[in-house]
Ligand binder design. Structure first.
Ligand code: SF4
Length: 60
């Protein structure tokens, strides 16, 4: 299973939460991973690529 997390550079734009809400949720103004299996790895990688601050990390 891939490891997915959000680092401290998140600016809280909510793009990842909008794209894959089953994986990412907002907490205290930043995104956090609530369920790394809530979407396909491909969808998570797309969210990571769309993140403006490259805050979403995926380790396969
Ligand atoms: S897309 Fe990136 S900057 Fe925006 S909320 Fe998600 S992790 Fe944070």
């Amino acid at each position: 299973m891939a490891k997915v997390w959000v680092d401290d550079s998140c600016i809280g734009c909510e793009a990842c939460v909008d794209a894959v809400p089953d994986v990412f949720q907002m907490e205290d103004g930043k995104a956090k991973v609530v369920n790394p299996e809530g979407a396909s790895l491909e969808e998570i990688k797309e969210a990571a690529e769309a993140c403006p601050t490259e805050s979403i990390k995926v380790e396969e």
